[in-house]
Ligand binder design. Structure first.
Ligand code: ITT
Length: 201
């Protein structure tokens, strides 16, 4: 069966496709649906925004649609950038992590705790929504390190590791990340949909 990945962020599409290895499922992107308008992420939580994105994509495409709403929650910044992670300073990844490092210049090492959160929402044409969530704890580095991954990866050091997400090889990040954890829980559900005899769109 086909599932639409309801995002225009190609870094997410790449990670989701790499992590989910499902032979009976074909993942298609929003590029195939140019008329589908940009979802307005007006929610107050990751769950709200994941549901807005998934239900809009399902409505326009008629396909089961999987949305990812994710972000970096930093304790010393009262949870910022949180649901506003994509545009904390603007559309550019570097501007966004630079803003975090600037705001945290005076924050000592022991107070630099943070976590990445990922909420996935899968919506079918019967409009039922299924949610999973993944989180990974870590700290914010003083300087950016590494060039793999995307977004805030150069400044996020996962707990128990001495390399940032951007220094880890992609398969290693994809084994432990917030997105990997949420997808692991979603995988069984998607597999069930693709199984013979299960309801299709
Ligand atoms: P869509 O809304 O189209 O899905 P988006 O990038 O705008 O794409 P979000 O609103 O969910 O998506 O914002 C997620 C942002 O959080 C993303 O742009 C990154 O800045 C950050 N982020 C999420 N997961 C990340 C990861 O694994 N590594 C680094 N940064 C991440």
């Amino acid at each position: 069966m086909d599932i639409l990945i309801a995002t225009r962020n190609n870094d997410k599409v790449r990670e989701i496709s790499e992590i989910l290895d499902l032979p009976d499922t074909r993942f298609v992107g929003l590029d195939g649906f140019p008329d589908c308008p940009e979802a307005e992420e007006t929610g107050r939580t990751f769950d709200d925004n994941a549901m807005i994105k998934a239900s809009q994509a399902a409505y326009y495409s008629g396909l089961w649609s999987l949305a990812d709403d994710s972000g970096l929650v930093i304790d010393a910044l009262d949870g910022q950038p949180g649901i506003l992670s994509a545009r904390f300073a603007g559309p550019d990844y570097r501007d966004n992590w630079m803003k975090v490092l600037e705001l945290m210049q005076q924050v000592p090492a022991e107070k630099r705790t943070a976590r990445f959160i990922c909420v996935l929402c899968l919506v079918g044409n019967n409009n039922r929504a299924f949610f999973t969530r993944g989180e990974i704890e870590g700290t914010i580095t003083a300087e950016p390190r590494g060039s793999n991954g995307f977004g805030y990866d150069p400044i996020f050091l996962p707990t128990g590791f001495d390399r940032t997400f951007a220094e880890l090889p992609p398969p290693e990040k994809n084994r432990i990340s917030h997105r990997a954890q949420a997808l692991k829980k979603m995988r069984a559900l998607i597999n069930g949909l693709a199984a013979p005899g299960s309801p299709k769109t």
